[in-house]
Design a protein around this ligand. Structure first.
Ligand code: PNS
Length: 216
């Protein structure tokens, strides 16, 4: 604060102003408010209310959802306040599961996920991913990268998406090594050739795959 001031002693005892009528800068000290010591779990929701919400889209085919996908979602929950799992409706592909079946399975298996304070929502979309991300007011697109072979395709997509919409960042996440070779495509192939897929997909998904193929 600028002005003519006399010597003053502030609350914490600091002398301010020269007291000789010259212009001095006076720092006004706010009274110290007592800050209650609360457990983090109590004030975190309050902090989130006042901080801007971080929302991400995790897009994919999820035909079917694998344990690798779930691992990425769980990791994403540590970074984002909300993740929308966006299933691409692709009329050009002949899927194993319908969009509704995939959506149902995801909703079921997400119940067992350790998501902390992160909100999870399952949805489907058509057309350009960035348009969907804008419509959902998302800040980021999450993609999992398993091996270096994924990187080239993912980089191309990320750069194209950035060109289309520079405000949306792509965040690459690595799943646990256990899932570094797991893909929906391989799971389907192994299953259709009578191979075991337990441990690669949640038990509920394995069960639905058996039902679809009318297997005991
Ligand atoms: O699980 P997938 O099949 O690898 O997911 C691919 C997906 C859905 C992320 C990608 O195909 C996609 O974003 N499709 C939407 C159409 C689009 O935006 N295409 C331009 C990408 S640069």
């Amino acid at each position: 604060m600028l002005g003519r001031v006399k010597n003053r002693i502030s609350r914490d005892g600091e002398t301010q102003g020269r007291g000789d009528g010259e212009i001095t800068i006076q720092r006004v000290h706010a009274p110290c408010l007592p800050v209650p010591r609360l457990p983090v779990s109590l004030y975190r929701p309050l902090v989130l209310t006042f901080r801007s919400m971080r929302r991400a889209i995790y897009p994919g085919s999820f035909d079917p959802v694998t344990n690798g996908h779930l691992d990425i979602i769980e990791r994403g929950c540590k970074l984002f306040d909300e993740i929308i799992i966006g299933i691409l409706v692709n009329p050009e592909k002949q899927p194993f599961f319908t969009i509704e079946e995939r959506q149902d399975m995801l909703n079921d298996v997400l119940k067992d996920l350790s998501q902390g304070n992160c909100r999870l929502r399952v949805d489907s979309f058509r057309g350009l991913l960035v348009n969907y991300a804008i419509a959902q007011k998302a800040d980021a697109i999450v993609r999992g990268i398993r091996a270096i072979s994924d990187y080239e395709y993912e980089l191309q997509m990320a750069l194209m998406n950035r060109r289309l919409e520079p405000s949306i960042e792509t965040v690459f996440m690595m799943p646990a090594e256990t899932y570094s070779y797991v893909s929906s495509r391989l799971v389907k192939e192994v299953f259709q050739l009578n191979g075991a897929v337990s441990g690669l997909v949640p038990p509920l998904v394995e069960q639905r795959m058996k039902e679809k193929m009318q297997r005991p």
